[in-house]
Design a protein around this ligand. Structure first.
Ligand code: BTN
Length: 243
């Protein structure tokens, strides 16, 4: 898979930087050592200090693919990042056996702590559009003790992963996965469900509480509420509140 690769010592947000340099017909991968205005999902800030991996990958779906058909792309991005992290973290001489999990839709957890977040954006240009996958991974950067739910891969494993090699491998995996079969999530459902820690847990979204019972063929979360109804959630946060 061909892409333009650039590394910056700092930028406000790699997602925004990529939007400025992107030319139609070419895919770009931008990596920064730190970000001064890192963006998280749902309008949050993403603290991006040196030691982490902050990267953005562009992907232009084939002509004819509609924005509403890309709802599962964000789940595919989580699968790609998880697969590469498993590969990199488990090749150390220590012969470890680290398992990374996905928290729906696309956070990556290790030992119950968030180590990676993904922000997917769509950019519309007339009738065309492309996507940007912004990926932030806590490698060796310090995480404030106040952020109890997050940690870094180094803190949890003692392993310091190579930022550039990891970024290239993630870009390669993500772009391959998207271009191979991106319109259909079904082939990836089993793997996604198996690695998703949200299923079977009590969850809370902005509008409902219940138990996360399944993921459907669009990567949407199915929540069974206390009233016994099953609701479909396609966006936002599903906070895990219990087992
Ligand atoms: C989240 O956890 O809410 C998503 C965080 C996404 C952060 C990445 S870091 C690289 C890219 N640039 C940004 O400004 N955000 C994403």
């Amino acid at each position: 898979m061909n892409f333009e690769f650039s590394e910056l010592s700092k930028t406000a947000s790699t997602n925004d930087y990529l939007k400025q340099i992107k030319e139609y017909g070419t895919e770009y991968v931008v990596v920064a050592k730190r970000q001064t205005g890192g963006k998280g999902r749902l309008g949050r800030r993403f603290v991006s200090e040196e030691g982490g991996l902050y990267m953005s990958v562009s992907y232009t779906p084939e002509k004819g693919v509609l924005p509403q058909q890309t709802i599962h792309y964000t789940a595919l991005a989580a699968l790609a990042v998880r697969e590469v992290l498993m590969r990199f973290a488990n090749t150390s001489e220590l012969n470890p056996n680290f398992t990374f999990d996905i928290k729906w839709p696309n956070d990556i957890y290790l030992n119950g702590k968030k180590v990676c977040g993904i922000l997917t954006e769509s950019v519309h240009l007339g009738n065309e559009f492309y996507m940007i996958f912004g990926i932030g991974i806590n490698l060796t950067n310090n995480i404030s003790k106040e952020v109890e739910y997050a940690s870094s891969i180094f803190e949890l494993t003692g392993i310091s992963l190579d930022r550039t090699a990891l970024a290239k491998a993630i870009a390669e995996k993500l772009l391959t996965l998207l271009s191979a079969n991106s319109i259909d999530f079904k082939p990836y459902m089993a793997e996604y469900k198996q690695s998703c820690i949200t299923i079977g847990k009590k969850v809370k979204t902005d509008t409902l509480c219940g138990v996360a019972v399944d993921i459907d063929e669009n990567a949407q979360l199915l929540i069974k509420t206390e009233s016994g109804r099953t609701e479909t959630v396609f966006f936002g946060e599903a906070l895990i509140t219990g087992i």
